[in-house]
Design a protein around this ligand. Structure first.
Ligand code: FRU
Length: 481
């Protein structure tokens, strides 16, 4: 079958809501976005436009590898229930022949503007990249306008993922880049007409402007003002693990500081990771009509685990995180699930007040694979508090050292792997379980751990245990989209 026929068939399957969907697949998310088939990675072009929320995403509809990338497209009126649309951007022109890579969206004069990276691989293996524009009147059909920016001098062709926003009477674009000296950079441009872009220079980088080593390449930057801080999100590649930090193949994190608009002058603090779990990358943010700064990320990682996802056999892989609202506290970004998620709660919750001690040290329950679990910790004298979910995911809090640990069963075998971070005192956990994912928000978003996992579909077990003096309140809601 030709690629064009495959694409047409794919569009029709999306339209008729057919395909290897939920019912036959116990790992298909019930309330997270996942691709109808093929591979999903970065969220792109997040935008509220003419009454609907739009989420585009990097999509290989032809397989579960990273070869071809089109822009898949969902929209919604409530950020909970999503409708699939035909792909918005499909490679084919000389400037995007090998992939319509990541980018962003803005509204201007009633039209939607998409900015994306055209990826071109030449026969000799070299890469070219072009920052491109596509415009739509209705938010569904897009007209490509071609390249608006070429790779400037001083950078390799790893130059991509334009994020565009408006500040006063200028448009700004920040790009992820690699300098000629193989250092990661976030590079800033400005424009008044979308077609001519003036380079203002790097706003941050590895071994640049007092920063230490922050990797050989930065991907997917985002830059915004929130509650008195200018925040730069980006995904550095090439950081070595350092204790509890940087243990994934690639990182995703942020700098907080102060930017002088119209310049590339940006004073900032230390790099911090955004999420402490295994599966979080390429986040993007947008502002919704309630003026909330909302983040959605790829709930995945392009590491060797991709080979072992059991969903590959079913023709799909990966998902996106829940939409999360961002807040700034001090120099620290807090993330909380958007309030709308409460509308997914079904029926009466399980409510328990639990006093644990040496003689009475654990409580178990049977839970839906789609649940929200809230734990308020009232007192915990010393020793660990542990929560085990579906015999695959375990959270433990070490009271004496203030360390939180996520352990998950490896996708290939029975061993466990773990991620950790310091949280100080634990007062609250809010856990979102979907068929094959977990997101735990600690202390109202101070830290978040996100991970995929693949438990025995029949295993619905939940266990909370502590062998010291602990008093907790537990609420467990079933969720349904
Ligand atoms: C990040 C990324 C981007 C690129 C896209 C390609 O995951 O590598 O830098 O635009 O994915 O799918």
């Amino acid at each position: 079958m030709t690629k064009e026929r495959q694409l047409l068939e794919m569009i029709n399957r999306i339209k008729s809501n057919d395909g290897p969907y939920t019912h036959s697949d116990p790992y298909r998310p019930a309330y997270h976005l996942s691709p109808p088939f093929g591979l999903m990675n970065d969220p792109n072009g997040l935008l509220y436009f003419k009454g609907r929320f739009h989420v585009f995403f990097q999509w290989n509809p032809f397989g579960t590898d990273h070869r071809t990338k089109v822009w898949g497209h969902f929209s919604s009126t409530d950020l909970l229930h999503w409708e699939g649309h035909p792909p918005a951007l499909v490679p084919g022109e000389w400037y995007d022949r090998n992939g319509c890579y990541s980018g962003s969206a803005i509204e201007h004069d009633g039209k939607m503007y998409l900015f994306y990276t055209g990826n071109v691989k030449k026969l000799n293996g070299e890469r070219e990249s072009y920052q491109c524009l596509a415009i739509s009147e209705d938010g569904i059909h897009f007209e490509k306008k071609g390249p608006i920016l070429h790779v400037p001098k001083g950078y390799t062709s790893h130059f991509r993922d334009p994020k565009v926003w408006r500040h006063n009477d200028h448009w700004y674009m920040v790009l992820g880049a690699q300098s000629d000296a193989f250092q990661g950079r976030a590079v800033l441009f400005s424009s008044t007409d979308f077609c001519h872009w003036q380079m203002l220079g790097p706003i941050a980088g590895s071994h640049w402007n007092h920063s230490g080593d922050l990797g050989y390449m930065w991907e997917c930057p985002d830059f915004f003002h929130l509650q008195g801080k200018d925040i730069l999100l980006f995904c550095p590649q090439g950081l070595e693990p350092k204790g509890m930090n940087y243990n994934n193949l690639y990182q995703s994190g942020y700098l907080a500081g102060r930017w002088i608009p119209g310049t590339n002058h940006y004073e900032h603090g230390e790099f911090r990771e955004l999420d402490r779990g295994f599966d979080f990358y390429a986040p993007q943010t947008f502002v919704d009509p309630k003026m909330r700064r909302i983040l959605i990320a790829w709930m995945g990682m392009g590491d060797e685990n991709e080979r072992y996802h059991p969903t590959v056999e079913k023709g799909w892989i990966h998902a996106l995180t829940l939409p999360r609202e961002l807040k700034v506290i001090g120099d620290h970004l807090y993330q909380t699930p958007i309030d709308e998620i409460q509308n997914l709660r079904r029926g009466e919750p399980i409510r328990l007040h639990i006093d644990m001690n040496r003689d009475h040290s654990e409580y178990s329950a049977t839970i839906s694979p789609h649940s929200e679990i809230i734990v308020h910790v009232h007192s915990l004298t010393s020793g660990p508090l542990e929560i085990t979910i579906r015999n695959n995911i375990q959270f433990s809090y070490d009271t004496d050292h203030g360390i939180f640990t996520l352990r998950r069963k490896k996708f290939n075998g029975n061993q466990y792997e773990s991620r950790q971070c310091m949280i100080g005192k634990l007062s609250k956990l809010q856990i979102f379980l979907d068929s094959s994912s977990v997101e735990v928000f600690i202390n109202d978003g101070q830290e978040v751990f996100t991970a995929r996992f693949f438990a025995d579909p029949e295993d619905h077990s939940f266990l909370i245990a502590s062998d010291s003096q602990a008093t907790v309140d537990l609420q467990i809601y079933s969720l349904l989209a």
